[in-house]
Design a protein around this ligand. Structure first.
Ligand code: AOF
Ligand code: ZN
Length: 364
């Protein structure tokens, strides 16, 4: 049985926040629960960038009951004028007497000043309850808001021997329906999805979100140094925006054809290969804070080698395909095992007959 205490209400606020995963853009997911004399009088979540913050929704619901109440907020209430006025001011104006905050807002515009402002006005503020959960929920926002670079998660389906296709290149399907459904949920929760031109040529994927309920389509990003993407590729079907990252040298006529098919062409500097760091920076400037990299092996290998992978979700299917089959991470690996990329494993989850290993590459 779950006990009724501060953590109970904070967990509820975290759930309200997490429900909006994928719909807040580069803004964090935030939840707020307002409790007065043993009764929940308001509950809210930040639902969309540019619209009301979680506290505002919850306080609007609470109305006059907010006076003397406790507000549980998953992220430090903001103290700055952004697209909306500061939540701190609103909490103070409503006469809330206690605020429980899960974690500080890493946004340099806030970064502790919200908590300080609440305390200065006489409100009791407790910080850190379920802080780790709250930080994990916003791992992409936390990374983006301080670096300006999108948080990159490499997702790939692999055989048990680490291959992403057979020796002939055949790859449909490696994993089962349950894993593939999980991937569509991941697409919904990311701002962009990234593949290499090789994957577009081999599989002609649509890269949209297809779920049992309507989902949000991420921006589609193709890394294509020589602009080999055909203008009639399905990634250009207009269902979602498509960005093609290429080099300064890439052929102008091909660029024009792809632009006419609806792609935004972004030249990321001299070739021969796309400068992935510059490409990701360009995506960040376009309001993309999280990227789901869906392969193939060459892109995964390049991202890993460049130290640009924040997280990995590796879906292992119980199959073995042997020699000559392409690897999930095609890069010139180290000579010594001591120099291998180390992954800190966070979880191992079962999806049907497959296992998803989630981990974080360790920084060197
Ligand atoms: C809060 N409660 O629910 C959210 C907060 O896009 P703007 O102008 O509304 O501001 C976004 C910034 O405000 C964001 O970067 C983060 O620092 C904070 N988000 N703060 O008190 C909320 N979503
Ligand atoms: Zn706010």
């Amino acid at each position: 049985m779950e006990l009724l205490n501060d953590a109970f209400y904070m967990r509820l606020a975290l759930q309200a926040a997490a429900g909006a995963a994928g719909q807040t853009g580069i803004n964090p997911m935030v939840g707020c629960v307002v409790v007065k004399e043993g009764r929940i009088v308001g509950i809210g979540a930040h639902l969309k960038r540019g619209e009301a913050h979680a506290e505002v929704h919850a306080l609007n619901m609470a109305g006059a009951e907010a006076s003397g109440a406790t507000a549980y907020v998953t992220l430090e209430p903001c103290s700055h004028y952004g697209r909306t006025p500061p939540c701190c001011d609103r909490l103070i104006a409503e006469g809330v007497s206690r605020v429980v905050v899960a974690t500080e807002d890493p946004n340099p515009l806030v970064a502790g000043s919200g908590i300080a402002k609440l305390r200065a006005s006489g409100i009791a503020v407790d910080v850190g309850l379920l802080g780790e959960e709250a930080r994990m929920l916003n791992e992409a926002f936390n990374h983006f808001i301080v670096t300006g670079m999108p948080f990159v998660t490499v997702k790939t389906a692999l055989t048990l021997d680490g291959r992403i296709a057979t020796r002939t290149g055949h790859s449909r399907w490696i994993t089962g329906p349950s894993s593939r459904e999980a991937v569509h949920t991941l697409r919904h929760r990311h701002n962009a999805i990234m593949v290499g031109a090789g994957t577009v040529l081999a599989d002609d994927p649509e890269l949209t979100t297809r779920l049992a309920v309507p989902g949000l389509h991420p921006v589609r990003v193709v890394v294509d140094s020589r602009l080999r993407t055909p203008p009639d590729a399905r990634v250009l079907n207009g269902v979602a925006p498509t960005v093609v990252l290429t080099t300064d040298e890439a052929d102008e006529a091909s660029a024009r054809r792809l632009a006419e098919s609806g792609a935004e062409i972004v030249r990321c500097g001299p070739g021969p290969r796309v400068d992935l760091k510059a490409g990701l920076k360009a995506l960040g400037e376009r309001g993309i804070g999280s990227v789901l990299a869906e392969g193939g092996g060459v892109l995964n290998g390049s991202l890993l080698e460049a130290g640009l992978v924040a997280k990995m979700m590796l879906f292992y299917a119980p199959k073995i395909v042997g020699d000559g089959a392409p690897s999930g991470f095609a890069f010139n690996g180290p000579e010594q095992m001591g120099d291998a990329a180390n992954i800190k494993i966070a979880s191992i989850e079962r999806y049907g007959d497959d296992w998803c290993v989630t981990g974080y590459p360790e920084r060197r």
